[in-house]
Ligand binder design. Sequence first.
Ligand SMILES: *Cc1c(COP(=O)(O)O)cnc(C)c1O
Length: 415
Amino acid sequence: MDHDTVRDVDPAVADALEGEVDRQRESLQMIASENHVSEAVIDAQGSALTNKYAEGYPGERYYGGCEFADEVEQLAIDRATELFGAEHVNVQPHSGTQANQAVYFAMLEPGDKILSLDLNHGGHLSHGHPANFTGQLYEVEQYEVDPETGYIDYDDLAEHAAAFDPDIIVSGYSAYPREIEWERIQDAADDVDALHLADIAHITGLVAAGVHPSPVGIADFVTGSTHKTIRSGRGGIVMCDEEYADDIDAAVFPGGQGGPLMHNVAGKAVGFKEALEPAFEDYAEQTVANAKALGESLSENGLSLVSDGTDNHLVLVDLRDSHPDTTGGDAEEALEDAGIVLNGNTVPGETRSPFNPSGIRAGTPALTTRGFDEDDCRTVGDLIARVVDAPEDEAVIEEVREEVATLCDENPLYE
Ligand SMILES: *Cc1c(COP(=O)(O)O)cnc(C)c1O
C-alpha cells in the first residue's frame, strides 16, 4: 500500500484541514465545550484502529482479531476508573448525547418522565428538548435557575419533583457557570424515588482533576463528553454502580450503537493517561482561575454576568443590561471577525430566540491548553468588551485582531 497523504490524494480536503489548524492557531477558541487535544490524542484518533470492528466488550467480542482493540479499550476503562472512581465505566458511546441515550434506554420506557433544566437556562438538547428524541419519547418537565441569582433553584427543583413525580432527574449543564450541588439534587430524587443522571459533559476534566465536586457515588448515573475540559478522544462515557453495569452496557451496544469507534476509544485512553498526570490538575485549576479573571475583566468593562461570576471554566454574559440593542448573534459575528471565536447563547429569562439569543458564552479550556494565564485572560476580557461596545466599527475590529494575533504568537499551538 502506498503511503499517500491526504495532500497526495485529496488536495481540497488537505487545504481545508490545513486551514482549520491555522484557524485554531491564529484565533482564540473560546467555545466553552471545545479544547485542543494533544498531538498524541490526534495520533491515536488517526490510527489504523479506525478499521477495526469490535462489537462487544473486551474479552467478549463478536469478531476475531480484537486483541489490540481489547488492550486499548481496557486501558481506557482502567484509566477512567482511576480518574473518576466509578464502579463501572463504559467508554464506547460515540458522543455525550449517546451516553445519555444509553441511560434513558436502559432505565426508561417511552412515556416515562424526565425532569431536567430548561435549555434556555443552561440545559442540553439531550435532556428533553422537543427537537431531540428525548422530547419526543418521554414526558418532560423542566426546572429553572433562580432569575435573581442565576443559581440553580434547588427548592424549585424539589417542588417540581414532588408535583411531577419524575422517573429520572437530570443534572449537569451546558451553560451553567456555578458549582453544582449534587447532593441537593440527589435528595430531591430520593424524596420521589426517581433515578438521578448527572451529565458532567462540560466539566468532565474539572471533576477528574478534583477541581469540581464529583457526582460519582452520589448520582445513579454519570455521563460525560470526553473531548471537552478533559481533552481526550472525541466521544462519550457512562459511569454507574455495578448493579446497573449490564443494563448500561447492553443499552450502549447493541441497544443504541453498532461497533465502537475504536480509534476514538484509543484517543480516550491516551487523553485519560494525560489526565492522570499531576500536570492535568494544574491545567484544570488554571482553567478555572482563567475563567474567573476573564469574568472579572468583563464585569469591570460593564458587562453583566449571569450569577455575577463563575466557579468553573465558563462565563455567561447577558447583554441586555449593558447593550440592549446588541444580540448575542451580533456579538458572536463581530468577535469572530476580530479573531475571538465564541457563541451567542440563551440566558435565563431569554426574551429573544435560540437563533438570536441575548447572551454570549465564553470558556477558557482551549486558551488554557495553549498557555494563557490570568493576565492574558484579563486582556481577552478587555478585547471582548471593546468589540461588544462597537460591533460595527471596522477600526476597532482590526485593532483587536492585531492584539489577538500577538496573544496567539505568544502562546503557540501545534508547533
Ligand atoms: C456537550 C454536552 C453533551 C454531549 O454533547 P455531544 O455533542 O453529543 O458529545 C451532553 N450534555 C451536555 C450537558 C453537554 O454540554
